[in-house]
Design a protein around this ligand. Structure first.
Ligand SMILES: [Zn+2]
Length: 460
């Protein structure tokens, strides 16, 4: 049954739309936390009808009635990826919901481990509203302005689930907003640029790596008509220099958004560049050894989603993101909690000789430097394997068309060696090997170092 032929669903969506989008503007902090409390209690009650949570809470001797406010969240046990796998498929769905009404989405395979959860259409639409809120904060009108969104539409990804299986199958491809262009980040940047050039968007949203490639192409004279006002980057945090390069080449402002498959949108940068958590959608804990961290201190994110009738996400500890909160106020007037820095995923880490943990934000800097310093996008794919603290293997795929354009492959290799040594230590051996293809389902960054034996000194 198509939900969009259902008048109750439509009126719910419209009501949601009107109330949802401006909630962080309309509500002050006190109202927002009241709203949070109400929804959190509702979600815990709902989760109790889902076998995964029912069993976990019973085992821990906790009942939803023990939860009076979000302050009580620590009374609940956390849930892991293992729990989700264990209860898949039927144990992830409430006994009150028909599973056939839900859509299954799978988390991306960047670390080689995928995970499935269920969402309903209202959740997908809500997630979209979160993104619209972000656009509105930057004066982009999603009905009138032209938007290009470059998603990861490989067959197994969450975006394919959300957009193709969800939104487009419901709205139909043509009905769904002619002012939005959907492109695939797995296509070559030249092809993507050509499409954008024809569409001429006011807003361009995509993954950090793709945006860097596009900026480099723009610098080289491609995409003459591509001049969005606002660019939004997602996926991994943007280094300062790459951000400056993208802003300069496109003559546009760049802002970042942060989200996950499990939760949908989590946070976005306001016009002052501060990260605001969508505190009406999600509640984040930042933990170090089980304790909450201080402002600006890095902690592991434990995620709680405050809406939806699919698989509830309550104290989910397997996002593995390392994030530092910022307990300050922003002058832009949005309510909710701020984020100081997103370091990236803890399970995509390398370890330096002096005991530092390098997360994606850190080695992402190296790959962005290839774009803004070496000015080449001939490196199309890469895989880094840390065999030991002193031995790194890097597999690279070179774009055949660009092999003899710009800096040579040898220059690129010595650039990589120099930069990896700078991050990991001068005594580290780095071997680079050119390969034809990299398996996209396998992790791009692997460390075989046994971190339990390391003397960790902090994040790089
Ligand atoms: Zn702000």
């Amino acid at each position: 049954m198509n939900s969009f032929y259902n008048p109750i669903f439509i009126s719910k969506v419209l009501k949601n739309y009107l109330f949802n989008i401006d909630r962080q503007r309309r509500f002050n902090d006190e109202e927002l936390s009241k709203y949070q409390n109400k929804n959190f209690k509702k979600m815990v009650q709902f989760a109790y009808t889902v076998p995964l949570y029912h069993h976990t809470y019973k085992k821990a001797g906790i009942h939803p009635d023990d939860i009076k406010s979000i302050e009580d969240i620590k009374k609940l046990p956390t849930v892991s990826k293992y729990d989700f796998k264990n209860y898949y498929p039927d144990g992830l769905v409430s006994s009150k919901i028909k599973k056939s009404k839900l859509i299954e989405v799978t988390t991306s395979g960047t670390t080689g481990k995928s995970l499935s959860i269920y969402v309903d259409m209202a959740e997908i639409v809500n997630g979209l509203f979160g993104y619209i809120r972000f656009l509105r904060e930057h004066d982009i009108n999603w009905r009138k302005d032209k938007l290009t969104i470059i998603g990861d539409f490989a067959p197994h990804t969450a975006e394919t689930g959300y957009i193709y299986k969800g939104i487009q199958s419901q709205f139909g491809k043509n009905l769904f907003l002619k002012n939005i262009q959907w492109l695939n980040t797995n296509d070559p940047p030249e092809k993507v640029m050509e499409e954008i050039d024809k569409f001429k968007p006011d807003f361009l949203g995509g993954y950090t790596g793709m945006l860097g490639h596009l900026a480099l192409l723009k610098e080289k004279g491609f995409g003459q008509d591509v001049s969005p006002r606002i660019i939004a980057s997602t996926g991994s945090s943007l280094s300062k220099s790459l951000k400056e390069m993208i802003e300069r080449t496109f003559n546009a402002k760049v802002f970042e958004s942060y989200g996950s498959t499990e939760s949908g949108p989590i946070a976005f940068q306001c016009r002052y560049g501060k990260y605001h958590i969508m505190s009406d959608y999600v509640y984040l804990e930042f933990l170090k050894d089980g304790e909450s961290v201080e402002s600006r201190e890095a902690g592991k994110v434990v995620l709680t989603k405050l809406f939806g009738n699919g698989t509830p996400i309550i104290r989910y500890n397997a996002m593995n993101d390392i994030v530092a909160p910022l307990y300050e106020k922003c002058n832009c007037g949005l309510s909710g909690v701020l984020i100081d820095k997103i370091y990236g995923r803890e399970d995509i880490a390398l370890y330096s000789l002096d005991g530092k943990i390098l997360l994606p934000s850190s080695f992402g800097e190296i790959f962005s430097k290839i774009l803004y310093e070496l000015k080449t996008n001939k490196l199309t794919d890469v895989r880094v394997i840390q065999h030991s603290l002193t031995k790194i293997e890097i597999k690279v795929v070179i774009d055949e068309k660009l092999r003899n354009v710009g800096p040579s492959v040898e220059e690129l290799f010595s650039f990589l060696i120099r930069n990896f040594k700078e991050k990991l230590g001068a005594g580290v051996e780095i071997h680079i090997k050119e390969v034809d293809k990299i398996d996209r389902l396998k992790p791009r960054i692997i460390s075989k170092v046994d971190k339990t034996k390391l003397n960790i000194t902090g994040y790089a």
